[in-house]
Design a protein around this ligand. Structure first.
Ligand SMILES: *[C@@H]1O[C@H](CO)[C@@H](O)[C@H](O)[C@H]1NC(C)=O
Ligand SMILES: *[C@@H]1O[C@H](CO)[C@@H](O)[C@H](O)[C@H]1NC(C)=O
Length: 366
């Protein structure tokens, strides 16, 4: 059995009505945790067998609770039967450590080791499917996703990053790296790839497949970082930097989805700033979890992974609406985006939902 400490936060209680379970702090000793990262678990009542696990990481200044209520991952966990762990960044300012050598190195320490250890603990003690562990995050959480992809390729099967930077781009003594954030840290694909390979020296196993989302008018983490991420991971996978396919208006108007084969995908959002809202159902599709159902055995990866050939004709995978912008004047549905910097869609939510800010860039009908 899990051992939990009750998390008495008003927002959790309010949102618990719509969910089969609630967010719980993990109090078990899950292994070395050098920076004292707090971990919070969403475990739906009905689990897939064995259950996959998604690590979901918040933006700077965020909390596990805010990311839990601000994304639809918990609702999707109810539908599909996976676990979600929301780690909480311990640093003042609540940004993830994406710059120290420790965090960037396999078993080197810091925040990334804590996350690796909680995953190892859940695989060893709670039956998590070791072949289906995933990471996603927004902004600082996206940077941290890249850190995990680079330093722990043995643990993670895939990542989905909303408005991040390449693995190693922030490396150095300071928590913030303005050369990287402004998109002025330009390297060759080989140099970027070498950084990833140095994250776990000698590692020869499979690498996690990576999906990048980025807005073209992002002035916090400039969109050049999107192109540097593509250089980095196409080099890691040894594939061309020229997309195999690039479909426009996918998954919504103004977005384009470029595929570099089965392991690298870049989605550029025209006119979107920092950050691109999480498209959770799309991320689940990338993780190969769309067909997963609670109770049943997890389908084999080959049958659930999104083949590149279907990318030009995406299939609707769940009734939960994503963040497609409704026409101005319309109302936004449950879980849809309803506000944030740069948002031009509906700002009024369909009854009985209200528009709640996750951060300055993203409000959602909850
Ligand atoms: C980075 O950290 C690893 C693991 O602690 C260590 O072996 C390595 O020497 C460090 N590299 C640098 C450049 O400090
Ligand atoms: C995909 O196509 C769009 C629209 O032409 C373009 O803006 C974008 O840069 C392309 N993406 C890639 C990765 O080449």
């Amino acid at each position: 059995m899990f051992v939990f400490k009750s998390l008495l936060v008003a927002a959790a209680i309010a949102s618990a009505n719509a969910l089969t379970s609630s967010l719980q702090q993990i109090t078990a000793n899950f292994g070395t945790n050098p920076t004292n990262v707090q971990m919070y678990l969403y475990q739906p009542t009905a689990l897939a067998s064995p259950p996959p696990l998604i690590i979901a990481m918040h933006y700077c200044g965020g909390t596990a609770q805010a990311y839990f209520t601000g994304t639809a991952l918990a609702q999707l966990a109810d539908q599909h039967g996976f676990l979600v762990i929301y780690p909480q960044a311990p640093a003042s300012g609540a940004c993830w450590d994406v710059n120290t050598n420790a965090t960037l190195t396999h078993n080197g320490g810091s925040d990334s080791l804590a996350i690796a250890n909680v995953v190892r603990y859940f695989i060893a003690n709670h039956g998590v499917d070791a072949t289906r562990v995933f990471a996603t995050g927004t902004s600082s959480g996206a940077m941290m996703t890249n850190v995990l992809m680079g330093a722990y390729p043995d643990i993670f099967a895939a990542g989905s990053l909303y408005s991040g930077v390449p693995y190693g781009c922030f490396a150095g003594p300071n928590a913030w790296n303005s050369q990287c954030s402004t998109g002025e840290l330009i390297m060759t694909p080989q140099q970027w790839g070498d950084l990833v390979r140095a994250g776990y020296p000698g590692y020869t196993g499979t690498r996690p497949k990576v999906q990048f989302w980025h807005g073209t008018i992002d002035t916090t983490l400039y969109p050049q970082n999107f192109w540097e991420e593509i250089k980095q991971w196409t080099n890691v996978f040894g594939v061309s930097q020229t997309p195999v396919t690039n479909t426009t208006n996918d998954p919504q108007a103004g977005y384009s989805r470029a595929s570099f084969g089965p392991n690298v995908q870049g989605i550029l959002a025209q006119g979107v700033g920092h950050t691109v809202p999480e498209h959770e159902t799309d991320t689940l599709n990338w993780f190969g979890l769309s067909a997963l159902v609670p109770g049943g055995a997890a389908p084999a990866p080959t049958t659930t992974a999104v083949p590149t050939t279907t990318i030009s004709t995406p299939t609707p995978i769940t009734p939960i609406p994503t963040t497609t912008a409704p026409a101005t004047g319309a109302t936004a549905a449950h879980w849809a985006q309803c506000g944030g910097i740069g948002w031009t869609g509906a700002t009024v939510c369909a009854s009985p939902f209200t528009c709640q800010a996750s951060n300055a860039y993203y409000s959602q009908c909850l």
